[in-house]
Design a protein around this ligand. Structure first.
Ligand code: PMP
Ligand code: GLN
Length: 381
C-alpha cells in the first residue's frame, strides 16, 4: 500500500468508539447525536425512497437539493448563489473536503491550516502533494495573531483551510479574525476551504459568519456544509459545497471519480429540511446550548476544569489538575475502563505542537445519558 495510508493509525473516532463498545462505556467521544432526527425530514426521505428516487441523480446533486442549498445561503447569510453552477452535493462533508483539496491543490502548493484541526485534512493535503503550513491556536481562547499569518503565508500559498465553529474546541471565529484572514487571502491571491459543518450550532446568541460573506471573498471561498450536523443525521453522509463556478469546477471533477453521486432519497430529505422554518434552526442551537451547559456543570462538579465552547458538539476539559500520571491518550483509555465514560484525546487534533492535557467530550446526547455519565464520573473521582 501507499505508505502514507498504510502506516497511519486508524482515526481516533473509530478507535475510541470501538473501545467504548468493548467496555460498555458511555460514548461521549465521537460526535453523533443519539436522538432520531427531525421526523418530517425522515418522512421526506422515506417518501422519496418509496416513490422512485433510487437511481443515479446528477453528479452535481439533485436540482431540488442544490436549489435548497442556494436558498438556505440567501436566507441565512444574504448570499446570492446560482444553484445550477455554484452548488455541488457530496457524500458528506468528508468527501466535500477531499474533493476541494484534490481539486485545488497541485504538488508543491502550500496550504495554511490552524491546529487543533479535524483529522481528515492533513492526509488528503499530503496525498495531493501539498505542503501544510500550520498556525497553532493559543489556549484558552484559541487565538492567533497577524505575525502568525505573516509566518505561514507566502507566494506559494494556494489555499487556507478554516473550520468555523472549530471542532474540537468550539471556537467561533470573530469578524475581526475573519477579516484578518481575508486580508491575507487577498494579498497572496489564495483560496479558502471553509468547513462550516457546525454553522447552525453556534451558542449564546452569536451568529455564524461565513468567510465567504466578507467583502472581496465571495469568489475565493468554497463553503462546506453537512446535513449530518444540521439535521442530527450523521449517518446520512450528505454534504454540500458552495463556490464560484471556476472554483467549483475542479472540485466537481475530483468528486466525479470519488463517489460521483449521493443517494437521491437522502438528498430529497435534506432538500426538504433546509427549507424548514427558522424555529427549527434556532431550537437546534438552543437545545444544544442547554446540553453544553448541563455537561459543563457536571464536569465542573466532578472537579474537571472545563473550557468555554461557543459552538459545535464539543467542549474540552483540562486534565492537568486531576493528578493523573500519563497523557491525554492514556487518560482516555483509563477513563473508559475505570469510569465507563469515553472521551477523545485532543492530541489527535495537533500535528506540530505536543498538546497532551485536553480531552474532548461530546454533549449532543439525551440529558439522561449526560447525567448518567456525570454520575459515573462522580463515583470514579
Ligand atoms: N468536518 C468537521 C469539522 C467535522 O467535525 C466532521 C464530522 N463529522 C466532518 C467534517 C465530516 O462531516 P460528514 O459526516 O458530513 O462527512
Ligand atoms: N466529526 C466527528 C467527530 O469529531 C467524527 C466523524 C468520524 O468519525 N469520522 O467526532
Amino acid at each position: 500500500g501507499n505508505p502514507l495510508f498504510r502506516d497511519m493509525p486508524t482515526t481516533v473516532f473509530e478507535v475510541m468508539s470501538q473501545l467504548a463498545l468493548k467496555h460498555k462505556s458511555i460514548n461521549l467521544g465521537q460526535g453523533f447525536p443519539d436522538d432520531r432526527g427531525p421526523p418530517d425530514v425522515l418522512q421526506a426521505a422515506a417518501d422519496a425512497l418509496l416513490n422512485g428516487y433510487n437511481q443515479y441523480p446528477s453528479m452535481m446533486g439533485t436540482p431540488e437539493l442544490r436549489q435548497a442549498v442556494a436558498n438556505h445561503a440567501k436566507r441565512f447569510y444574504g448570499l446570492d448563489v446560482d444553484w445550477a453552477r455554484e452548488v455541488l452535493v457530496t457524500s458528506g462533508a468528508t468527501e466535500a473536503l477531499g474533493a476541494c483539496l484534490f481539486g485545488l491543490i497541485e504538488p508543491g502548493d502550500e496550504v495554511v491550516l490552524f491546529e487543533p484541526m479535524y483529522d481528515s485534512y492533513l492526509p488528503i493535503i499530503k496525498q495531493a502533494g501539498g505542503i501544510p503550513k500550520l498556525v497553532t491556536l493559543k489556549a484558552p481562547d484559541w487565538s492567533f495573531t497577524r505575525e502568525d499569518l505573516e509566518r505561514v503565508f507566502s507566494p506559494r500559498t494556494k489555499a487556507l483551510v478554516i473550520n468555523d465553529p472549530l471542532n474540537p474546541v468550539g471556537k467561533v471565529y470573530r469578524r475581526d479574525e475573519l477579516e484578518l484572514i481575508g486580508e491575507f487571502l487577498q494579498r497572496f491571491d489564495a483560496y479558502a476551504i471553509c468547513d462550516e459543518v457546525y454553522e447552525h450550532l453556534v451558542f449564546d446568541g452569536a451568529a455564524h459568519i461565513p468567510l465567504m460573506t466578507l467583502p472581496g471573498l465571495r469568489n475565493r471561498c468554497l463553503k462546506v456544509g453537512s446535513a449530518g450536523k444540521t439535521f442530527s443525521l450523521t449517518g446520512w453522509k450528505v454534504g454540500y459545497v458552495t463556490g464560484a463556478p471556476e472554483l467549483l469546477q475542479p472540485v466537481a471533477k475530483a468528486h466525479q471519480f470519488m463517489t460521483f453521486t449521493t443517494a437521491p432519497n437522502l438528498q430529497a430529505g435534506v432538500a426538504y429540511g433546509l427549507g424548514k422554518d427558522r424555529a427549527y434552526f434556532d431550537n437546534l442551537a438552543s437545545s444544544m446550548q442547554a446540553k453544553r451547559d448541563r455537561l459543563a456543570a457536571g464536569l465542573h462538579d466532578v472537579g474537571l476544569s472545563v473550557l468555554h465552547s461557543g459552538g459545535s458538539y464539543f467542549l474540552l476539559a483540562d486534565i492537568s489538575s486531576v493528578g493523573f500520571d500519563g497523557d491525554d491518550v492514556s487518560f482516555c483509555l483509563h477513563l473508559t475502563e475505570a469510569a465507563g465514560v469515553t472521551a477523545i484525546p485532543v492530541s489527535a487534533f495537533f500535528a506540530e505542537t505536543p498538546v497532551r492535557n485536553y480531552i474532548r467530550f461530546c454533549f449532543c446526547k439525551q440529558d439522561s445519558l449526560l447525567d448518567e455519565a456525570i454520575g459515573r464520573l462522580k463515583r470514579y473521582f
